[in-house]
Design a protein around this ligand. Sequence first.
Ligand SMILES: [Cu+2]
Length: 309
Amino acid sequence: MFTGASNLADGVDKAFLFIFIIAFIFIIGISAFMIWTLIHFSRKKGKAPMQFSGSMKLEVVWTVIPTILVLLMFWIGWKGFAPMRRVPPDAMRVTAIGRMWEWEFVYQDSMRSKELVLPINKPVKLDLVSEDINHSLFIPAFRVKEDVIPGYDNWLWFTPNYIGDYEILCTEYCGLLHSAMIAKTRIVEQEEFDKWLADLRTASFIPDPEGLVLLRGTGCLACHSLDGAKLVGPSFRGFYGSQRIVTSGNTQKTITADDEYLISSIYNPDEQIVEGYSRGLMQSYRGLLNESDISIIAEYLKTLNGENQ
Ligand SMILES: [Cu+2]
């Protein structure tokens, strides 16, 4: 009947369905009784109301039945919840990092991936780490959701049991691009997973350019793309040496994107705003990036200009 894609989905769905059916019966029953009362005791019919007080039978009925129902809800809910906090000892460990505004997954030996690739039918424990503010990791298809809080060791686990691609969402409002904080989990056969992991290992042995490491580590890439896509701020692609129209105070002018402009944009981001973008969205990175960091970034940005330069 349901198509949850993890071992935990069944327990969650059963509790949900049970509570839903009871709520449904009650809303229909109560509404029907209210409508019947309105019609039956209408003033036009001229029925005299009956007066009475106290009914042991009624008191017992409306105490005992709801008590049984909520105890059943608790029991069914508990049976779905308890396994979520019992991790199998052989579970594979992956660290899930949340930051404004992306997810990153770290496999053994600090291999990093933007996509959570997992082998089918193998339990996995995700250690949840936030690098900035509160986030919450939610994989609807697996029926798992847990807060990702800075400085707090939260985790979740599940065993994926269907091959496929599923969405990972952030479900704790975390600022401007919260709604874009989406990643993918891909459940594959064991052999395909082994191959993917081996490729990831190979890729992580080729060191990234130092400038890229700085950009990534400082969180620049959440707002500035490397591929020309327009995010919160202008893309880094084709940036270096380009002519751009900026607003400084009330005056518009055309400037060349050079070292000086780069330093000014990083330390005083609101001073010169590129046409089509908004003021007040970027903090100053003075103290986080020094001038030698910026010249390393500048060297890296030059390599992003492709054939144009
Ligand atoms: Cu978030």
